[in-house]
Design a protein around this ligand. Sequence first.
Ligand code: IPD
Ligand code: CA
Ligand code: CA
Length: 273
Amino acid sequence: MKTTQQTLKTYLEVANNAAREAGTIQKKHFRKLNPSMINEKAANDFVTDVDKKSEEIIKDHIAKHFSDHAILAEESSANTHASPFLWIIDPLDGTANYIHGVPAFAISIALEIEGELCVGLVYDPLRDDVFTAIKGHGARKNGNPIHVSRSQNIKTSLIATGFPFRKKHIVDTYVKIFRELFNHVSDLRRGGSASLDLAYTAEGIFGAFFEYALSPWDIAAGALLIQEAGGITTDFSDKNNYLKTGNIVAGSKTIHTELLKIIQSNDPDYFRK
Ligand code: IPD
Ligand code: CA
Ligand code: CA
């Protein structure tokens, strides 16, 4: 399907308006949640009324403009009627931070067209920062072009990661990787919002980001940001299946290569992921 840049900009505009409306609700309730607004979906996996309301707002925007598009959103059952258009939405990425009052969370919205990521947006409502990407047309922060780190050296880089807190059985492998990496880099960060980690990597703040077992809504928009900011996104076997496996390594070409080497040498099962 041939899609013009103007059409992609229209999709991005709708995502932007939706994210800003959801962000207003998130700011309003931040650090003011009462316990009845928090529910445990599964062990160690929480959702708040704010996540749900945000998702409703975003879905309404999309449905209003593109009623035939399919939507995959974290807090709803999949609405995957046949459509070449699939919106992938995390209405509040960083829910644990949000619940505890840590000021690091974001809204992540991506659009796949015929299975290809074409539009991505990560919005940080507290800082009013919007990170956007359009396939083939670059990545931007608040309208200004961004680029992944130009450092050639992992030793002087900050590397971002997420702990496998919902998959405690992989913690031993994770710790092995962490130990080796810790000796090779300037320092490591665990921010608690994968989409923001990816946005900061696209901006060159972090040299790279890696995490196990994420969901498509955590990473779809951020992956496009990285690619359009001149970087690389792969799974742990250096392939393109990160949306399926949830295992992601993303960053500048040089740092991605070094990081992947460390992950693979410490995870003998990497070739299966
Ligand atoms: C989580 C965040 C976190 C990552 C988790 C994700 P949620 O998303 O991105 O950084 O470590 O694995 O599930 O649940 O807050 O939307
Ligand atoms: Ca998430
Ligand atoms: Ca979420």
